[in-house]
Design a protein around this ligand. Structure first.
Ligand code: NAD
Length: 281
């Protein structure tokens, strides 16, 4: 079984991005800039943002974190986003989710100009992705996609099952696999027989949030299995895939932690650089 080492693949991607940033700097005499807006002091968000900033600096991006207390009003945030939209030195804008209840998430997402939407959540990017046009793609499914392609460069005709239909993961993942000419089944909480669906799959991407939902006998021999789940349990951090059981059948599997997580951040950097490049044309 191939253990898909997300840490290593992400480090390789960051190395390529660092090289690219250096070339862009020579060509344009400026570097891509990422601005993250962080509202409140929730510990996980603080950690995510710190890691994003550290990785951005490592590859040579200009990065900035703008912090607000969780009492900040919606208008202040929307005005700041508009200011960043107009700032030519900023290539990508990310507002760290979740937001306090009094701030409308959709309004925030739609205020970020699509060309700087490094999370790929703006309806225009969602539409472009599903129409097969160039767009920012949400970082986690993009990371999953890059890992799958490392294992199997030609996905045409493969059967893929995506478990979970969130806007963040399941839906964009489905679009990426469709673009690669996979036959994709998207499953969710109302799917009648999830095991039977998974048993058909050459590729399974599990993005659910239920510890070890996907069992060993749900997985066809030689399937590629990507585990997006991050679940805190009494036994520590586990994914949505029963790792020990599934590793006996699968051709390739991502661990949790050390699989999808590191790729998510690397893809945020990639998206920032891609936004910069599109803006130069
Ligand atoms: P979500 O709660 O928005 O969506 C979960 C999806 O799972 C829903 O579509 C739901 O229909 C489906 N589902 C629920 N129960 C099911 C069942 N019994 N069978 C089949 N489908 C079922 O979750 P999300 O935001 O997509 O996140 C999913 C998981 O991925 C979480 O554990 C989250 O922490 C993790 N995550 C990881 C990363 C990363 O970088 N590794 C990034 C984002 C999210």
């Amino acid at each position: 079984m191939i253990l898909i080492d997300g840490k290593k693949i992400a480090a390789e991607l960051r190395e390529e991005l660092k090289q690219e940033v250096s070339e862009l700097k020579t060509k344009y005499n400026k570097v891509p800039g990422l601005t993250v807006i962080l509202i409140g002091d929730m510990a996980p968000s603080q950690i995510y943002v710190r890691n994003k900033e550290k990785s951005a600096n490592e590859v040579g991006l200009k990065s900035e974190v703008i912090k607000y207390p969780d009492t900040v009003d919606e208008k202040t945030i929307l005005e700041k986003i508009k200011e960043l939209n107009d700032d030519e030195s900023i290539s990508g804008i990310l507002v760290q989710l979740p937001l306090p209840k009094h701030i409308d998430k959709q309004k925030v997402i739609e205020t970020i100009t699509p060309s700087k939407d490094v999370d790929g959540f703006h309806p225009m990017n969602v539409g472009n992705l599903s129409s097969g046009y160039e767009s920012s793609v949400p970082c986690t499914p993009l990371g999953c996609y890059l890992m799958i392609k490392k294992i199997e460069p030609n996905l045409s005709g493969k059967k893929a099952v995506v478990v979970g239909r969130s806007n963040l993961n399941g839906k964009p993942m489905t679009q990426l696999l469709l673009k690669e000419n996979c036959t994709v089944t998207i499953t969710h909480s109302r799917t009648k027989d999830l095991k039977a669906e998974c048993l058909e799959a050459d590729i399974i991407v599990a993005a659910v949030g239920i510890p070890e939902l996907v069992k060993g006998d749900w997985v066809k021999k030689d399937a590629i299995v990507i585990d997006v789940g991050i679940n805190k349990t009494d036994n520590g951090l586990v994914g949505d895939v029963a790792f020990d059981e599934v590793s006996k059948n699968a051709k390739a599997l991502t661990p949790v932690p050390g699989g999808v997580g590191p790729m998510t951040i690397a893809c945020l950097l990639k998206n920032t650089i891609d936004c910069f490049k599109r803006a130069q044309i």
